[in-house]
Write a protein that binds this ligand. Sequence first.
Ligand code: FPP
Length: 244
Amino acid sequence: MSWVEARNLPRHVGIIMDGNGRWATLRGEDRQAGHKAGSAAVRRIVRVSRRLGISALTLYAFSEQNWARPQGEVEALMGLLEEFLKSERDEILDNGIRLVAIGDTGRLPEFVRESLDPLARASSENEKMTLALALSYGAREEIAHVARALATAAIAGQIDPTEITAKLIASRIPSLSVGEPDLILRTGGEQRLSNFLLYGAANAELVFSDRLWPDFDEADLFDAIHTYQTRTAAYSPHDESRRG
Ligand code: FPP
């Protein structure tokens, strides 16, 4: 396990949790078993991130594209999400975690919303860490949503089109309300962003791990942060003028 420096932690870490299906196949189990083990990894990594002092964690829990998966798999993922929200509720509230959801959450089934919305409300003043769950999320869709809102405001005369700058757009992007991601990590060996945090990824360090998500543990997270710290040692990642 690598050492990490408390001084130069990434503030906002985004994770593409990939490899649940392959993990299950390797064990001769169905994909749902992989997602269940993936849920346990979510609990583990949220806990470690909080203890480390990471300010924000955005987890790609269900993409816009995931709706196209077989109905049984979508239902299993929704069930695991509900279970996670219920079982982690006390830990989230007791530890000062603010839970937010980003994405087209209106598409989520009622039973998930019934656990999600009250927890988001109850935790909204918490300040220790933000846990953002990307649900029914797609970064292009998120950008399109902001573009539509700005175009509507411009037509209504509330904003002048010349005021629409990259900075203004960033300020309206929900996934960036906790700041730009400093580190985007993908497990499972693929090296793609798959429509995750695209606008915010402009200056993020990208780290790819071969570990399948259900196996991803504290030591793997430390390795990823160590890689981030080694790469950013030569510049100040939070100094706007030196980014690029
Ligand atoms: C990718 O694995 C992962 C997902 C589609 C969703 C991630 C979901 C979880 C980790 C569990 C539930 C989440 C929470 C927050 C409780 P894959 O099926 O694409 O894996 P593969 O590439 O090996 O097929």
